[in-house]
Unconditional design. Structure first.
Length: 272
């Protein structure tokens, strides 16, 4: 992978991680259009995902510091920060189960299929369209039950082309949650799973097992400069997309992403 491909794929990852258009689906489409057989192996994947986590921490710094300031303070009962952290923990249960027991099977079945990407993008378009026409009365806080249901949506979004942010935000909106708080919650709830998956993948790079090498081959060797370019591109575009997406959710403009996903999904199916 040269630095230009790393730049393009880094921008794609940063933008699509937050915009409701599916980062995995767009990376597969970008890979197909660029003629890159591998997006860059686990190393590049880890780098750009950590970059998007860093962009989340920068944009939502006030919310992150608020959580940590109250997380280790005990006043005889759970404070608001601890309740928020508990909701994030509850939302992680479904994706934790899928990641531990089913993700390898899902990747093996669906990875590399533009048809599946296209179909899932059409599903994303449908979910976003629903939020445009169905607008229940907004609730002030995200409940524990809603956090779990939103977590289920995140777990289902491991399918390539099914947008994680689109699925979680659309599910939360259909449940009647506050738009701004929901967007922030959607971006914060993904940080632990991304870091957890990156840690597991990093172990495969440092000390790959014989079974892993037999299944995936040797880790791709990527120039350091390409990794740096990919990280910076994903970080900067991620900051832009995170800020923009919060604004779009507040202004009820998700229908434009629904149209985009419908067009790209159709094109992806036609490319196969």
């Amino acid at each position: 992978m040269d630095w230009i491909e790393a730049l393009i794929l880094g921008i794609v990852q940063g933008l699509t991680e937050y915009l409701p258009v599916s980062s995995s689906g767009h990376l597969q489409i970008g890979q197909h259009l660029l003629g890159v057989e591998e997006v860059g192996g686990l190393t590049f994947d880890i780098v750009v995902h950590v970059a998007t986590v860093c962009s989340t921490l920068v944009i939502l710094w006030k919310e992150v510091t608020w959580i940590f300031r109250g997380l280790f303070r005990w006043d005889g009962q759970l404070n608001d920060s601890q309740k928020y952290a508990l909701r994030i923990l509850i939302s992680m249960i479904p994706i934790g189960i899928v990641g531990l027991f089913f993700k390898d099977y899902i990747d093996a079945i669906f990875e590399g299929s533009l048809t599946i990407v296209g179909i899932c993008l059409l599903v994303t378009a449908f979910l976003l369209t629903l939020t445009h026409f169905y607008k229940p009365q907004e609730k002030e806080h995200i409940s524990m039950l809603h956090a779990f249901i939103i977590g289920i949506a995140q777990a289902i979004a491991v399918l390539p082309g099914l947008s994680r942010s689109g699925s979680t935000i659309a599910t939360g909106l259909l449940l009647g949650n506050d738009r701004k708080k929901l967007a922030q919650f959607s971006f914060l709830m993904v940080i632990p799973p991304i870091l957890g998956e990156a840690f597991i993948d990093f172990k495969h790079i440092v000390a790959p097992s014989a079974e892993y090498i037999a299944e995936h081959g040797e880790a791709a060797q990527i120039p350091l400069f390409s990794l740096v370019v990919g990280f910076i591109a994903a970080f900067i575009s991620g900051c832009f997309a995170c800020e923009m997406m919060i604004s779009f959710v507040k202004q009820c403009k998700l229908i434009y992403f629904a149209i985009y996903c419908a067009i790209v999904g159709t094109l992806a199916i036609c490319l196969t």
